[in-house]
Design a binder for this molecule. Structure first.
Ligand SMILES: [Fe+2]
Ligand SMILES: [Fe+2]
Length: 178
């Protein structure tokens, strides 16, 4: 197993005791109703939005920590990068949900600002540019590139989990083995 995959597997069993300090930088966010409400929404088929953002946040945190970059902003931006309170598959949102891919980075950055009065520029930048290249906005800070990479990595794993029975079985046994 690759090291990145090993870290990804851990995101399914994260606790303050095994998270290498991750909880000390995002603990306040994880206690909020807003962040917890993401559990209610499907993100990638069988994987809910809260699990998805935890994966993105933890991988971004670990990568930035390893590189000596701003790991705190990486973890916090990861938690809030998809902070929207609707299911984009829901037809009742009136049609504009089809544009979710383009619109949600701005919505999430607005919700993050509302949730977090001390949201910093690096976090804001990473959230609003995380859908590159779908949206053309490139990040201004290195952390933003890490979030883009982690988001796509997690999305791919989550779709594999949902669509490939063999992969799912192996993945669940890897999670069990932690
Ligand atoms: Fe997103
Ligand atoms: Fe995402």
């Amino acid at each position: 197993m690759s090291r990145l995959y090993d870290e990804y597997v851990k995101t399914y069993k994260l606790s303050p005791e095994n998270s290498d300090g991750f909880h000390s930088v995002v603990g306040d966010l994880l206690e909020t109703e807003e962040v917890n409400s993401m559990k209610e929404f499907e993100q990638h088929l069988e994987i809910d939005r809260l699990q998805h953002v935890l994966g993105v946040a933890y991988l971004s945190y670990k990568i930035c920590k390893r590189l000596g970059w701003d790991y705190s902003s990486a973890a916090r931006a990861g938690i809030m990068h998809d902070l929207v309170y609707y299911d984009w598959r829901d037809g009742e949102t009136g049609g504009w949900h089809r544009l979710h891919g383009y619109k949600h980075p701005r919505l999430a950055s607005m919700n993050a600002r509302e949730l977090c009065s001390d949201l910093n520029e690096t976090e804001y930048d990473a959230i609003i540019s995380h859908m590159w290249p779908l949206t053309l906005r490139l990040p201004k800070h290195k952390v933003g590139y890490v979030i883009i990479f982690a988001d796509k990595y997690c999305a791919t794993r989550e779709l594999m989990y949902s669509l490939n029975k063999k992969y799912k079985k192996r993945f669940l046994s890897d999670v069990e083995g932690i």
